[in-house]
Design a protein around this ligand. Structure first.
Ligand SMILES: [Zn+2]
Length: 397
């Protein structure tokens, strides 16, 4: 069953420029050919998208399907039993796909619900591909403890990693520092010491799993790097009263170890909702820090934290692409951060994030040139999830 997509332009996930007059041939859920003026296979369905630009489906490296992007995502989740939570998570995943986000990495659920959405997606092409961490590993009373992942000490951390591996997670998420979403938790304070972080990474790597650490404070970032994590989330360098300058040795480790930095960028304007004051006042210095990491050559992905509030709906990633100009990214680099680089960060660099033969047929078509006008990403013409077109009437616009 071949589908032939024609459009005016194509971003392949890696290049600095667009390819003109592309033809993309899909065979079921796989891209089989990309080029100009390719012959149409017999019996193929030809879809002419006119002046549109084709891009790889977007990849968000940091979402929470269990949080409903309301003003009280934690309270609403607490009020849902597991069946209700699964229904809401599935709706959140579908919302992401309708906004062009065809792969999501869930970095914190309750009760391993994201694994159920991952399984459902295998049979439901309206759902994005899900990469799942299960409940984040945290300390007793620590950041997001209410998701059920609190453990104590080196042995507790090791057992938690083993439990997640047994459950079949794709990645381990550990809260190296406190966070903003948990009362009583301080972002600048470490939740685990070097021994516990090293135990988490050693055990996870032994079991073939990558580790990404939520880390705001400088000490937590440094300890996670020393432990050998594969990714870091937020990396804000928040201190009690401001933002620390990034120590040179920490920056060198981030770049040298090729650690993927999830930037937590991307928001939609919602009247009455602003970031918490503690974040807002620090924002210029946090953005400057991200810019410094990018300029130094760090691996950067948007990693939006979709779901944690009204400004972060589950399809927020396309808003993040334009906002990455603030840290000095070119439009092409920003698109790479939301496609090929993000796919590699999710362990899917050979299947997702690029429009090349052999890759999954996840395709986003938008009106306009997203390299000249990032607003084009909001003018969605079509979304293909593993080769299946989403209902045009349901697409986010
Ligand atoms: Zn998060």
């Amino acid at each position: 069953m071949n589908t032939v997509l024609r459009a005016a332009w194509l971003f392949d996930g890696t290049a600095d420029t667009l390819m003109p007059d592309p033809t993309v041939i899909l065979d079921g859920g796989t891209i089989t050919a990309v080029g100009t003026a390719l012959p149409v296979p017999a019996g193929a369905t030809v879809v002419d998208l006119g002046a549109a630009t084709l891009l790889p489906g977007l990849v968000d490296t940091h979402v929470h399907l269990a949080f409903d992007a309301s003003a009280d995502p934690v309270g609403n989740l607490a009020a849902r039993d597991d069946a209700e939570a699964l229904t809401a998570m599935t709706a959140a995943a579908r919302h992401a796909a309708r906004g062009g986000v065809t792969t999501v990495r869930d970095l914190g659920d309750r009760g391993y619900g994201s694994l159920l959405v991952r399984a459902a997606a295998a049979a439901d092409p309206t759902l994005p591909t899900v990469v799942a961490a299960g409940p984040p590993i945290t300390s007793p009373g620590g950041h997001c403890h209410y998701l059920g992942g609190a453990v104590d000490g080196v042995d507790g951390v090791r057992a938690a990693v083993r439990e997640r591996a047994d459950r079949g997670v794709d990645v381990i998420k550990i809260m190296a520092s406190g966070g903003n979403l948990t009362p009583g938790s301080l972002p600048e304070v470490s939740q685990f010491g070097p021994d516990e972080l090293r135990a988490a990474v050693t055990e996870a790597h032994r079991l073939g799993l990558p580790v990404t650490a939520h880390a705001h404070g400088t000490q937590a970032v440094a300890d996670a790097l020393a432990a050998g994590v594969d990714g870091l989330e937020h990396v804000s360098f928040m201190s009690a009263d401001g933002v620390d300058p990034i120590p040179d040795a920490v920056l060198a480790a981030i770049v040298g170890q090729r650690v993927a930095i999830g930037m937590t960028v991307g928001f939609v304007p919602v009247p009455g909702f602003a970031p918490p004051p503690a974040v807002l006042s620090r924002l210029p210095l946090m953005i400057a820090g991200l810019g410094r990491m990018h300029a130094a050559g760090a691996v950067m992905t948007a990693g939006t934290d979709a779901g944690i509030g009204p400004v972060k709906p589950h399809d927020v990633l396309r808003s993040a692409v334009a906002q990455l100009a603030q840290i000095g990214m070119t439009p092409a680099a920003a698109l790479r951060a939301a496609t090929s680089v993000a796919a590699t960060t999710c362990g899917l660099g050979r299947r997702k994030g690029r429009l090349v033969p052999g890759y999954d047929a996840d395709v986003l078509a938008v009106d306009g040139d997203p390299l000249r006008d990032p607003g084009a990403l909001h003018r969605i013409r079509a979304v293909y999830v593993r080769g299946v077109a989403l209902d045009g009437a349901a697409l986010s616009r």
